[in-house]
Design a protein around this ligand. Structure first.
Ligand code: PLP
Length: 377
């Protein structure tokens, strides 16, 4: 069986874990956490980054930092992972779901503009598959209505909107190092803080509501409880794994892009009268090869293809189910039908993509898809 994902050991992961253990400090904000922070601030020019235990945690921190309260409205795409909106639901927010664009699962800025009310307190965008949302359009709305933007950049490491790294454009960017992402630590995440006014409080919230970070820098004589918060910081063992991956970031990215391109070229060339669409990349976005997906004709077509691939030993998987129709949200969605989100719910199919996937396996997967498609047309 060709699995959907295989977590990568890229080089020094185990050595760095051994090193942090030998140093005698494996709790948060140790040597490797600092190395990761420095890496991200240098590589992408992020103003301030804080490692967290997950992207979910980074989103929860963003919701606290934005002072989201009961009755506040938060606009977000329906075609996304639960955490994108659950973080705001935990603060009492009402989620107002926006549709995807017709040619890509990313949020449709025109639809967002129609959903803004005086109660809108945040706009959350998701750079799906590491492909940038239309950030000029989103940031124009942000400025016009004075609404902060959170970029859920969980899938978007090393990807850019025009010349700007994703995660650096809104007030906050949130990243994931879950084992299914490009750069991994098992479980792990990061909050990027682009608006200086949130930095001080972010450190407090991440340290259980205490000013422990200031204390360790010698800025206060003792540390105490000063705000709400939680334990959002990861062990240095996690950071050690992550740092080893960051050292190999370019190598990992190059390989993933090669795999992505091979899929794209094989499928584009092989298929006569296609019954599915290949991914679309807007000119303002780079491709970080987080994901290779195709968009099938219908739910039926996708299910048949999943089964066909499974019978051939290939694990291909569908993705999000529109959140506005989820069991939790069903009675709460007051808005209109979100037809693009529902369309991608039914038709998007993700193919295996991981560092160790070799060319013969990619050729095999493409061959199966091409044969199936050409024969069923
Ligand atoms: C993976 C993912 C998350 C969650 O990341 P965790 O680190 O597992 O919490 C959130 N949003 C999106 C868009 C994701 O792809």
């Amino acid at each position: 069986m060709i699995p959907f994902n295989k977590p990568l050991l890229s080089g020094n992961e185990l050595a760095y874990i051994a090193d942090t253990v030998a140093c005698g400090k494996i709790s948060g904000d140790g040597k490797y956490t600092k190395k990761c922070h420095d890496f991200f601030e240098k590589e992408y020019g992020f103003k301030k980054v804080l490692l967290t235990t997950s992207c979910t945690d980074a989103l929860e921190m963003a919701a606290i930092l934005l002072d989201i309260k009961s009755g506040d409205e938060v606009i977000a795409p329906s075609y996304t992972f639960v955490s994108t909106v659950n973080a705001f639901v935990l603060r009492g927010a009402k989620i107002v779901f926006a549709d995807s664009t017709s040619d890509h699962p990313n949020i449709d800025p025109d639809h967002v503009s129609k959903l803004i009310t005086p109660r809108t307190k945040a706009i959350v965008v998701v750079h799906y598959a590491g492909v940038a949302c239309d950030m000029d359009a989103i940031m124009d709305l942000s400025k016009k209505f004075n609404i902060p933007v959170v970029e859920d950049a969980a899938q978007a490491i090393d990807s850019y909107y025009k010349d700007r790294p994703l995660g650096s454009i809104g007030a906050f960017g949130t990243f994931s190092f879950h084992e299914t992402k490009n750069i991994i630590a098992g479980e792990g995440g990061m909050l990027v803080i682009n608006d200086e006014k949130y930095i001080h409080r972010a450190e407090i919230i991440r340290e259980k509501g205490t000013n422990r970070s200031s204390f360790f820098r010698g800025e206060v004589a003792k540390y105490s409880w000063v705000d709400i918060g939680s334990s959002f910081l990861p062990s240095d063992i996690i950071a050690a794994y992550l740092y080893a991956q960051l050292e190999n970031k370019n190598k990992i990215q190059e390989k993933r892009k090669e795999i992505w391109q091979l899929y794209y070229d094989n499928l584009k060339i092989g298929i006569i009268s296609p019954s599915f669409r290949l991914p679309v990349l807007p000119s303002y976005s780079t491709n970080n090869a987080h994901m290779f997906y195709i968009v099938c004709e219908s739910l039926n077509h996708r299910n048949n293809l999943i089964k066909h691939l499974k019978d051939s030993g290939v694990h291909a998987v569908f993705h999000y189910l529109s959140l506005h129709t989820s069991e939790y949200f069903k009675g709460k969605h007051t808005g209109e039908c979100l037809k693009n989100s529902d369309f991608f719910t039914d038709t998007l199919l993700r193919l295996p993509l991981y560092y160790d996937l070799d060319n013969t396996e990619i050729d095999f997967i493409c061959e199966k898809i091409i044969k199936y498609t050409n024969e069923s047309n």
